[in-house]
Design a protein around this ligand. Structure first.
Ligand code: ADP
Length: 538
């Protein structure tokens, strides 16, 4: 017998109208590219979204059309999110930090019809437009007249001002595509992940839960993670769903700009990758400042180092919540939410536990598997290939005929352990694990250990071919102030990790390459240092 309840046809436009009906006066605070702060109530914001929907309809945008954005976290970008998906088209967020040829490839592959562009990217787009004949209009996210000449160029505020504040959102199936995001393509071409209205809303509901990120009307939440990176981890949807105050930091993501915004707006939850927090903490340290409003820092994208967890707690009384996921998972998979047991632990013991990427959020099932396909025990020791399934996990890449899953599971490419309470710990990305003499070394654990040594600002460990051991770790470090006491660091590491894990060489470097999503670019480094041990030995 089937249940007799109404069908699930919730759309992103329903989320917007819900937010207005129930939290009309809640605010979206946005820092423009010129540094000015603008505030819109949910009521005003929704009116602007409806106006933009009218613009898109006048430009003949149809259900299923791809509309791209190259933009920072601002209210206009957020309006594009809601208006594009609201009319049944697909908001395709493009990462402006990718190489120009990758951006062109992505725009061509997605066959975008319209491109929204922040003014900081106008020159880049002007240069590539001749090779993008499918793009009919480029809308500069700017005030009146602030756009290049040329027949394809339009001005955002000019278009909006001609539209009424009423718009009847169309109804369609909740499985309809809503947003498109490409992976960063560290190996091979970027691949498209196409989210639906249903997957987006389920994911947002899961993110809000108290046992996940914990977002509510008392939250003042700032996604520092860009809206071009996996939809800013779903915060643009979750914040409106929960009636939270949303802060969009614009283009200035340096330590000074972030600390100023956190303090002036009373931000209590902020989300981002570790490199962003390194910048913020360095700035605060240098100026002897303390953050007073921040309660929770959600860190994902790469492992949060122990030293960072400690510093946020001890200096700023902010809890670091590790979250794990990926583009193919919308992205949320697990969160290390504080529990009474965790908070009762002595500080250092608690920090160790906070290193875990946490427990699965409701709706997401994760398991670890041996090479031979056997599921492995949840004992906190055994580690294997981490696979996931759930309603916001990818089944097919965009415009690919090959299913992305095997046996119903999506292979994340990560190696992890899971303990009896469900806490998962990423050991490494499968391709970054270092195979030495038939045993595995975790590059993440080694980096984490190095970051505990005073004076180390950033550390990167890669596996390099070795004539005797197959691979051996090479450590590259950036010092807070040069020169670094390398012998002291080596001594320190001896007490932190197994002896055979110690890197054969530790090199001090002035900078480390990062990918377009802020991760250490180990691929580049492995290529650069490929023969390092070979040359050293011969
Ligand atoms: P891409 O795959 O395009 O680099 P994603 O942002 O989708 O970008 O990256 C997902 C990967 O990032 C995960 O598979 C995992 O290796 C890593 N990752 C994400 N969150 C964490 C975390 N909290 N700790 C350690 N690694 C993480």
């Amino acid at each position: 017998m089937r249940g007799q309840m109404m069908p699930n046809d919730l759309l992103i436009s329903d989320l917007l109208e819900h937010a207005v009906r129930n939290h009309a006066q809640q605010q979206i605070i946005s820092r423009r590219l010129d540094g000015r702060i603008v505030r819109h109530s949910f009521h005003e914001f929704a009116q602007r979204c409806r106006q933009l929907a009218g613009v898109l309809q006048d430009l003949d945008v149809r259900v299923g059309d791809r509309i791209a954005t190259l933009a920072w976290n601002t209210h206009r970008h957020l309006e594009a999110y809601y208006a594009i998906s609201g009319i049944g088209a697909i908001v395709h967020t493009v990462n402006p930090r990718l190489f120009a040829h990758q951006i062109e490839y992505i725009l061509q592959h997605a066959e975008d019809r319209i491109l929204f562009v922040d003014i900081s990217f106008i020159a880049m787009v002007e240069a590539m437009l001749p090779r993008l004949p499918r793009i009919e209009h480029v809308i500069a996210l700017s005030d009146w007249g602030d756009k290049p000449q040329g027949e394809r160029w339009l001005c955002y505020e000019g278009l909006l001002s001609d539209q009424p504040a009423h718009f009847a959102w169309p109804r369609f199936d909740a499985q309809t595509a809503a947003a498109l995001c490409y992976t960063s393509g560290t190996t091979g071409q970027p691949k498209g992940v196409l989210y639906s209205h249903s997957s987006t809303l389920l994911h947002a509901m899961a993110a809000c839960r108290a046992d996940a990120i914990g977002i509510g009307p008392d939250s003042v939440i700032m996604p520092v993670v860009p809206m071009f990176h996996v939809c800013a981890w779903g915060v643009p949807y979750a914040a409106l769903m929960a009636g939270a105050r949303l802060i969009l930091p614009g283009a200035a993501l340096d330590g000074a700009a972030l600390s100023e915004l956190i303090q002036s707006e009373g931000c209590n939850i902020a989300l981002g990758v570790p490199t962003v927090w390194m910048g913020l903490l360095a700035h605060l340290r240098q100026h002897g400042q303390r953050l007073t409003s921040l309660q929770r820092v959600v860190i994902g994208g790469s492992a949060a180092p122990l030293a960072m967890i400690r510093e946020f707690d001890q200096v700023h009384a902010a809890f670091v919540m590790h979250a794990w996921g990926m583009t193919e998972m919308s992205p949320l998979g697990s969160t290390n939410t504080p529990t009474p047991e965790l908070l009762a632990l002595p500080a250092e013991e608690r920090y160790q536990r906070q290193l875990s990427q946490g427990r699965a959020v409701f709706g997401l099932h994760m398991e670890i598997f041996h090479e031979d396909g056997q599921a492995m025990p949840h004992d906190g020791q055994a580690y294997g290939h981490l696979k996931v399934r759930g309603p916001w996990v990818l089944a097919h890449y965009y415009r690919s005929d090959v299913p992305a899953t095997q046996d119903g599971w999506f292979d994340t490419g990560d190696i992890a352990s899971i303990d009896a309470q469900g806490y998962m710990r990423i050991v490494d990305r499968a391709k970054d694990l270092i195979k030495s003499g038939g045993e595995w070394i975790s590059s993440i654990d080694l980096e984490n250990a190095a970051l505990g040594f005073p004076g180390v600002r950033e550390a990167c460990v890669i596996g390099i071919a070795h004539p005797r051991w197959e691979e051996r770790p090479l450590m590259l470090v950036i010092a807070e102030s040069t020169p670094l006491d390398i012998a002291g660091l080596r001594q320190y590491l001896q007490n932190q990790v197994a002896r055979w894990w110690l890197p054969d060489s530790i090199l001090e470097v002035s900078e480390l390459p990062h990918t377009a999503t802020g991760k250490l670019s180990k691929l580049t480094l492995r290529a650069h240092y490929a023969d390092y041990y070979q040359d050293l030995i011969t």
